[in-house]
Design a protein around this ligand. Structure first.
Ligand code: ZN
Length: 216
C-alpha cells in the first residue's frame, strides 16, 4: 500500500511540523492564537469572539450538528459543489486546510469575513439577504455583496502579506507571528485598512463598495 505523502515533504518550505496549522486528519478545530490575531486584523472582530469559531473539515453528520434543517441543506449543498461555507461562527471547509500555506490562509480570511457579516447582520437576516441576492443575480455567487466583500478582504490580506514577506515566511515555516502582530497592531491595522479602501475605490468589487470605500 503506498504511504501517504509525509509532511513536510509535500510543503517544502516547512521546517517544523508541530505548530497545528496543518489540519489533515482532523474533523474539527479552533483557530490558533496567531490565526485569531491575524483574522482580527482582517475582520475587526475581537479575539475572544474569534476564539469561538469552529472549523469543520468534514460535512455535518446530523441536522443538529449543522444547527438546523435550513443550515444543514445549505451546508451540504455548498460542500457537495466544492464550496466552503460559513454559518455564524461555524466554518465548514470542503476538506482539511493548512494555514501555513498562503492559499489556505487566504481561504480562512475569506470565510472569517463571512463570520463578521453574520455577527453584524444576525444569522436569519444575513441568510435571507444572501439567498435573495443569489436568486436576484441568477444564482451567481461572485455578484453577491457578501461575497464581493469577502473577496475584497481576502485580496487585501494577500496584498498585505506581499508587503510583509517576513510575516508570510514565518507562517510558512510554522512560526508564530502573534507577537509581531501585537507589536505593530496599530500600524498594521492602518495599512490593512488603507489597502482595503484603495482596492474598493478601484470599483473592481462593485460600484456600491466603491461608494462606501472609506467606511468599510
Ligand atoms: Zn464566500
Amino acid at each position: 500500500m503506498p504511504s501517504a505523502p509525509t509532511y513536510p515533504a509535500d510543503y517544502p518550505g516547512l521546517t517544523r511540523t508541530d505548530c497545528g496549522c496543518n489540519r489533515r486528519g482532523k474533523t474539527e478545530d479552533r483557530l490558533l492564537p496567531w490565526e485569531q490575531r491575524l483574522m482580527s486584523l482582517v475582520t475587526g472582530l475581537g479575539e475572544d469572539y474569534l476564539r469561538q469559531i469552529r472549523l469543520h473539515f468534514v460535512p455535518p453528520q446530523s441536522v443538529s450538528e449543522a444547527g438546523g434543517i435550513v443550515e444543514s441543506s445549505a451546508i451540504q449543498g455548498a460542500l457537495s459543489r466544492g464550496y466552503n461555507i460559513t454559518m455564524g461562527q461555524d466554518i465548514w471547509f470542503v476538506g482539511p486546510i493548512n494555514t501555513c500555506t498562503e492559499s489556505d490562509l487566504l481561504l480562512l480570511a475569506h470565510e472569517s469575513a463571512h463570520v463578521r457579516q453574520f455577527a453584524d447582520w444576525g444569522k436569519d437576516q444575513f441568510l435571507q439577504a444572501y439567498i435573495l441576492e443569489w436568486m436576484g443575480h441568477g444564482f451567481s455567487y461572485p455578484d453577491i455583496l457578501a461575497e464581493r466583500k469577502a473577496n475584497l478582504a481576502e485580496d487585501s490580506l494577500r496584498e498585505f502579506l506581499g508587503n510583509h514577506l517576513s510575516l508570510l515566511r514565518t507562517v510558512q515555516s510554522c512560526g508564530d507571528i502573534s507577537d509581531e502582530l501585537l507589536r505593530h497592531a496599530r500600524a498594521y491595522l492602518d495599512e490593512y485598512n488603507g489597502i482595503l479602501t484603495r482596492r474598493a475605490l478601484t470599483g473592481a468589487y462593485g460600484d456600491d463598495l466603491k461608494q462606501r470605500a472609506t467606511s468599510l
